[in-house]
Design a protein around this ligand. Structure first.
Ligand code: F6P
Length: 333
């Protein structure tokens, strides 16, 4: 019977618990022992693990966060850390290590595979959706929902005052959350890294659109969704750029870590549950150093390096829809 260890690493994401739950139950069925390392790779370095049994699964599917806690672990990036981790896995007699996390966590896992000959399986968990080889990542759908309902709320007060709002959405260096949050909440403009040329060209477009809209309708609300890490100096930089063009009384809102929380929506629970079960079905097989993912609703395996070497593009149909709908109330170049 196999000994399996699981951990959650990097930015937590809604649905990680649903994935842990699926893994616990699937392990129980297969007669595998499942251990949970706490605090991401830190727990692996400290040999800090807990047994995971059916006692832990009750009411777990709907909980946000991760019961195993998470961390970003610097020590794991150097060779000594990796050697320690490999030793600890051998000492705990682990056959398979499952890492739920994003690209940083997968890079760590791939490095570990050079020093440890057990089986390594990655499961994509991040609100950013910036992992190639899988249509979506666990947590992404809930984060879109949170961004959408937050922008809806901003819209209420923006309308009341006919004000301009800038809403910063997470995503690290990818625009998935910003684009889909903006599209689903009918924002007036979106700035994403994938299409950002320069602040100069972008500010011209934003100013033109605000002016065109106001010329047509008088004072109206205008919501610009901005992906984080794109605009030089963030929302402050964009506010100043608008002031320079005589557009004042702008309000910035940074959604921040609320986007990481909350009970997972159905799509995240389904993805997490499917991938958790699928990963356990691979325990003991000869696949290793792979991520399990979903493409067109089918589970697949992808070599770990592919998940960060390739850049996942935004969905073109969504981009087209946003481009058309941003101009719904006026036309501009
Ligand atoms: O990767 C998830 C994420 O929330 C990103 O969207 C964001 O850039 C980053 O993590 C924030 O990291 P931290 O929680 O360490 O501040």
């Amino acid at each position: 019977s196999k000994r399996v260890a699981i951990l959650t690493s990097g930015g937590d994401a809604p649905g990680m618990n649903a994935c842990i739950r699926a893994a616990i139950i699937a392990c129980q069925k297969a007669n595998f022992t499942l251990l949970g390392y706490k605090h991401g790779y830190n727990g692996l370095l400290q040999q800090e693990f807990i047994p995971l049994s059916l006692d832990s699964t009750h009411n777990l599917i709907q909980q946000g966060g991760t019961i195993l806690h998470s961390a970003r672990c610097k020590e794991f990036k150097n060779r000594e850390g990796l050697i320690k981790a490999a030793d600890n896995l051998r000492q705990a007699e682990i056959d398979t290590l499952i890492v739920i996390g994003g690209d940083g966590s997968f890079r760590g896992a791939a490095k570990l595979s050079e020093l440890w000959d057990g089986q390594i399986l990655g499961i994509p968990g991040t609100i950013d959706n910036d992992i190639a080889g899988t249509d979506a990542t666990i947590g992404y759908f809930t984060a879109i929902d949170t961004a959408m309902s937050s922008i809806d709320k901003v819209r209420d007060t923006a309308d009341a005052f006919e004000r301009i709002f800038l809403v910063e959405v997470m995503g690290r260096n990818a625009g998935f959350l910003a684009l889909n949050g903006a599209l689903s909440a009918a924002a007036d403009y979106v700035v994403v890294p994938e299409f950002f040329e320069s602040a100069e060209t972008e500010i011209k477009k934003i100013v033109n659109q605000i002016k065109a809209q106001r010329a047509l309708k008088g004072p109206v609300s205008f919501i610009v969704v901005v992906a984080e890490n794109v605009w030089p100096n963030g929302l402050t930089g964009l506010t100043e750029a608008l002031q320079y063009h005589n557009i004042n009384d702008v309000r910035p809102v940074t959604l921040g870590h609320v986007q990481r929380g909350g009970s997972p929506v159905a799509q995240d629970r389904l993805l997490a549950t499917t991938l958790g079960e699928f990963a356990i079905s691979l325990v003991g097989s000869d696949v290793t150093n792979i991520m399990v993912g979903e493409v067109n609703q089918r589970p697949i395996t992808v070599p770990l390096p592919k998940t960060w070497e390739e850049t996942k593009p935004l969905n073109q149909a969504r981009v087209d829809a946003m481009r058309t709908l941003m101009n719904e109330r006026y036309s501009c170049d």
